[in-house]
Design a protein around this ligand. Structure first.
Ligand code: ADP
Length: 585
């Protein structure tokens, strides 16, 4: 059985208390019997002394007949057994024996007390009397009569009272001892309880501290002893531990927040290439739904360049295409591997550069497109000018044709440059937009006039179905340009006798303006790209129409700058519907 400190203290107290009670009892019993026996002995000596005086004073014969009655009387008076013994050891009188018994009693001269009395004047002995069946104390002194007779007088008393007193004392001691034991046990139990209370609380708190359940709780310190000191030290330690844990937690949370707020993906690996840390951006890039902490990187991705990078020691920088669930989701990432200072792990930082890449590609395409767009009119203008200068100038018919071509392409050049400038102003935010209520039907009527010649030449019917009360919040110049580009395209691409409809619908607090035509339409696969610069569905036809490929990008930019959206839908059986939304005034 394992005993706690409290149990051990209690057991120790119990043993000490029992030891004290038992040894004290033994000593007390010994001292009491010694004291009582010496009292009885001195009493017996006094009785023997009185008997001696009497026997020496009475001039009776020194025979049984005359001495025994004296002994009887003395015995009655003293309640002791009085025996008179002759010098030769013969009994002359005994207060507790009859004459016959006296005559039958043997020689008494050899008893210890008689021998001692003869030698020292007083003899004392204690022995068991078979006659009286009890332990007796004998005291003998010598006597010397004036008639020359001598002998001994002996007084004896049973030690039964002493035994009784001892038994009584044992009971008293036992009861007192039990009481004292009870009191002492409770006291020591209480003492042990209080002494170990702080200790037990301390142990409980240490357990709690081990399991981090301590919180702000501290040990209440009662005693100002070593245990109290220990508890105080523990409280101090617990406080420091708490502070350290809090500081660590704060640091951890701060790091988490920084990691989670980063657009870069971060993956921490240990020396076995198992993941120790991963942030949301990395999870998005690696298509993970939960943080695979503790798993090997090779389980999470089978993309070889990334695995190779992780396993190549040292600091590395590279760029690769990270495959996504499908082609469209694959990403271009810039990856940096940095070894961690401890235990051979590393941190991999993934930066998504897909958008930057796309922008760069667009810029490269744009430059190529612009050069391409400009090259044709410039080449025609140059060639025609040369031919004119070489003499065609003098040919009125051919010269005029060449001059008209120069003018047409110069005009085209001018349109391209104007559109490019508009677009550049729009993209750089230098295009001032002043929002104000604009009545749609009036503006559409004005734009319809602008495209009137083209419409009339192709017998296209232009239907303005916009209700009078439709008023939008817009910059009227910008809105006019949007409508012009859309209506001009509709008129351009719609064949002869086609139809163009302009409508407006209320959608909550927005107005959706639609320009629908009955032309060849735009196949759905081109829909996502028609708003890109210089994108043409049918390049040949667009060139023929004098298009620059910048009309729709301008529409998109202008609408977005005014807080609107733009889109297109195919129309059955043929045609396309361009729409844009603006806030209702
Ligand atoms: P462009 O000056 O060539 O018309 P846009 O940016 O206005 O340039 O249009 C881009 C391309 O979208 C055009 O080249 C044409 O192929 C297509 N497109 C635009 N509007 C229409 C339409 N109403 N019907 C058919 N195709 C259209």
């Amino acid at each position: 059985m394992r005993l706690g400190v409290r149990g051990k203290l209690f057991l120790l107290s119990l043993v000490v208390i029992l030891g004290v009670i038992v040894s004290f009892g033994i000593y007390l019993e010994y001292a009491l019997s010694q004291w009582l026996e010496s009292r009885i002995a001195s009493e017996l000596e006094r009785h023997a002394e009185s008997g001696r005086v009497l026997i020496q004073a009475v001039p009776n014969d020194y025979t049984v007949a005359s001495i025994d009655p004296l002994a009887d009387r003395l015995g009655r008076a003293t309640s002791a057994r009085i025996t008179v013994i002759s010098d030769g050891g013969q009994v002359l009188g005994d207060s507790q024996l009859s004459v016959v018994e006296i005559l039958l009693a043997g020689n008494q001269g050899n008893w210890q007390e008689v021998l001692d009395a003869k030698r020292t004047g007083v003899g004392l002995s204690k022995r068991y009397s078979t006659l009286l069946e009890t332990t007796m104390l004998f005291v003998a002194i010598p006597l010397q009569r004036s008639d020359g007779q001598s002998g001994f007088i002996r007084a004896a008393m049973s030690l039964e009272d002493v035994e009784k007193a001892k038994v009584t004392q044992r009971w008293v001691l036992l009861l007192g001892g039990l009481f004292a034991l009870g009191a002492a046990v409770s006291m020591s139990g209480l003492n042990a309880h209080f002494a170990t209370r702080t200790l037990r609380t301390l142990v409980r708190h240490i357990h709690a501290a081990g399991g981090r359940k301590l919180g702000k709780k501290r040990i209440r310190i009662f005693p100002r002893d070593e245990i109290g000191g220990l508890a105080g030290s523990f409280n101090k330690l617990a406080g420091e531990l708490e502070d350290a844990v809090e500081a660590l937690n704060r640091e951890k949370n701060r790091m988490r927040a920084v990691l989670e707020g980063m657009s870069e993906g971060v993956v921490g690996l240990n020396r076995d290439y198992r993941i120790t840390l991963v942030n949301q951006s990395a999870m998005n890039m690696l298509n993970l739904t939960y943080p695979p902490i503790g798993k090997p990187l090779s389980v999470v991705t089978d993309y070889k360049p990334l695995l190779n990078l992780a396993e190549t020691p040292g600091t590395l920088n590279t760029e690769f295409d990270l495959p996504g669930r499908d082609e469209a989701l694959s990403k271009r990432v810039c990856v940096q591997r940095t070894p961690t200072r401890t235990r051979g792990g590393c941190a991999i930082v993934l930066r998504d550069v897909t958008e930057i890449h796309r922008q760069e590609q667009i810029r490269r395409d744009f430059v190529a497109n612009v050069s391409h767009e400009l090259r044709t009119p410039v080449a025609i203008i140059l060639a025609n000018s040369e031919t004119l200068l070489d003499g065609a100038f003098d040919d009125p018919v051919f010269g005029r044709t060449l001059m008209e071509a120069v003018e047409r392409h110069a005009f085209r050049l001018s349109r391209i440059i104007t559109d490019l400038l508009d677009l550049s102003r729009l993209e750089s935010g230098r295009y001032d937009i002043e929002m104000q209520p604009v009545k749609l039907s009036n503006l559409i009527a004005r734009v319809a006039d602008g495209v009137g010649t083209l419409v009339a030449s192709k017998h296209v019917s232009l239907n303005n179905e916009v209700p009078e009360e439709m008023i939008v919040m817009a910059d009227s110049g910008a809105l006019e340009q949007i409508l012009f580009n859309l209506m001009d395209n509709a008129a351009k691409y719609t064949p002869e006798n086609g139809k163009v409809f302009i409508r407006a619908k209320l959608q909550k607090n927005r107005i959706r303006v639609e320009v629908e035509d009955s032309g060849p339409g735009i196949p759905p696969k081109h829909h996502p790209r028609v708003f890109e610069r210089f994108y043409r569905v049918d390049p040949g036809r667009s060139q023929d129409m004098g298009g620059t490929g910048l009309g729709l990008p301008i529409v998109k930019r202008l609408t977005e700058n005014m807080g609107g959206l733009v889109g297109l839908e195919s129309v059955q059986p043929q045609g396309v519907l361009f729409w844009f939304t603006l806030e209702r005034a």
